[in-house]
Design a protein around this ligand. Sequence first.
Ligand code: HEM
Length: 400
Amino acid sequence: MSTLATLDLLSSELKGPQYWEALRELQRRGPLTWIEGHGGYWAATGYDVVLQMAQDWTTFSSAEGITIPRPGPDVVPYIVPLETDPPRQRVYRKQVNPELTAKALSILEEPIRQVANELIDTFIDRGSCDIAKDFARRFPGTVFFKLIIRCPDEQFQLVEPIARDITFEPPDTEKWRNAINGLREWADATLKARAGDSSDSGGVVNAILHLNDNTAEELETFADHELASGLQILVQGGIGTSASVIGVIVRELCEDRGLQERVRNDPTLIPRLIEECLRLEPPLPIVFRTTRRDVDVAGRQIKKGDKVGIFFAAANRDPTVFERPDELDLERPHYRHLAFGAGVHRCIGSNLARLQIRVAIEQLLARLSSFWMPEGAIIEYSSLQARGPSSIPLEFTRTS
Ligand code: HEM
């Protein structure tokens, strides 16, 4: 294990189990640690400090981005709502939240199940697959474009692979840049097409399109590129994250066949399994903020302008909050994990994520009577937009 001075927690080389060991090492230094490198930043790893910072948007702002380093807004404009503070951020949330409540989404449960089944059909006769590549990485985008956006088939065939490239290809490659441009064009075209459609068809596209109708007079209206970013971020926020969690759950069920049997026999345990896997391996482990005023936190003096890294992943394994924090335990008394963040920016897609992950696991367990990783199989991990397994070789028997 490297010492903290040389350990780069933002390195894309730090993958899989090594990442969690590094985080534990950082947490041992205390709940808030100054890290050299990447221009210097405070690393918040204690549960209480993480929660406090995530909730206090007046002190810890998202308006200068949530990643470091971040190109200036002239190169990459700030994203609405992710890189925007209230009150403008609240306009988006007020308008779009109602489209993504558990109640609003409940009518999609059976169509989502059908999407899962159609993807399982593509590999079930083979007796083996790569569950990350053949299923987990395809499923959330298919749900999003087909069922949330209601893309016509032709458009779906074009945009779904683009979304996968953005999420899973290394940034700053030509393929990735082309994909970013492609998604932007798709978002612009989708908003324009809906603007010209006089029937009020509802849904997230309409909600975003009408953001300016509900902007108070004193607030700056949303420019076209901001509206497009508000649509793009639903794609970029939703696919890699849900895919990672599905991969983690399948890996856990392979590594503990007793657990697989238990959950197969009692699918009501699936929601608890999802929460435990979200807690143990949140796919978005860290977000950054910029400090707006001098402030004391956990006995440390944070200066105006300092960057802070909020490690949801470390908070989720804080031993003062979670007993035996590194163990998967379906009997935990509560699930106050921070995988979806906290405060005003708490994930807008958490209901969709929970629904689609549950349905995916239900269908995999229902249609594969047993699954395991072949002897010597290697799980690959990616540390791109979402940390998680990128390749999981799987063998299985199917239910008759
Ligand atoms: C397991 C799946 C998911 C996880 C773990 C996750 C995690 C997160 C986290 C931690 C944040 C807070 C960011 C911050 O504090 O700066 C967030 C925000 C966000 N997520 Fe998710 N997410 C998931 C799925 C989704 C889905 C399915 C969508 C789209 C439908 C989505 C869209 C967004 C958006 C737009 C934001 C920004 C909200 C705001 O700034 O107000 N996410 N997500």
